[in-house]
Ligand binder design. Sequence first.
Ligand code: GDP
Ligand code: MG
Length: 140
Amino acid sequence: MTTSIEETLVLVKPDGVARNLTGRILARIEAKGYQIVDLRMVQADRALLAQHYAEHEGKPFYEPLVEFMESGPVVAARVAGHRVIEGFRSLAGTTDPTTAAPGTIRGDLGRDWGLKVQQNLVHGSDSPESAARELALWFD
Ligand code: GDP
Ligand code: MG
């Protein structure tokens, strides 16, 4: 299968940074063969998070999600490779870390902490359109 090189936005969320898992998470991305082509640590403000999570506005978990995401720094990575958008989503595992498959980042390193938001360590763009939109928010 031939595909052109894609880019995706990965965020190590505040729980991942606070638990000192940034290096392990980035190492897993590199070990799978993807390229980290840009990297920054960001204290996100509400305006940035409102744009980033616009699709979830109005949902019950939206407010706790934004509060969680602004609770501490995140590490934003621009990651490149063939089919990296679906590849990173697969590496991250499903949204709920309690049931995310072992072998995935969320499944191996995450769990439910009894909080109002799923602290699931990472974000990854879910489509080429989301990736372009989110990379522009976090990197341009
Ligand atoms: P993702 O693409 O797998 O990150 O999941 P979504 O885009 O659906 O949701 C964004 C983020 O909101 C997730 O990563 C979780 O941190 C949080 N979240 C999503 N759904 C729920 C939910 O049903 N309950 C709670 N508490 N948090 C959620
Ligand atoms: Mg999503």
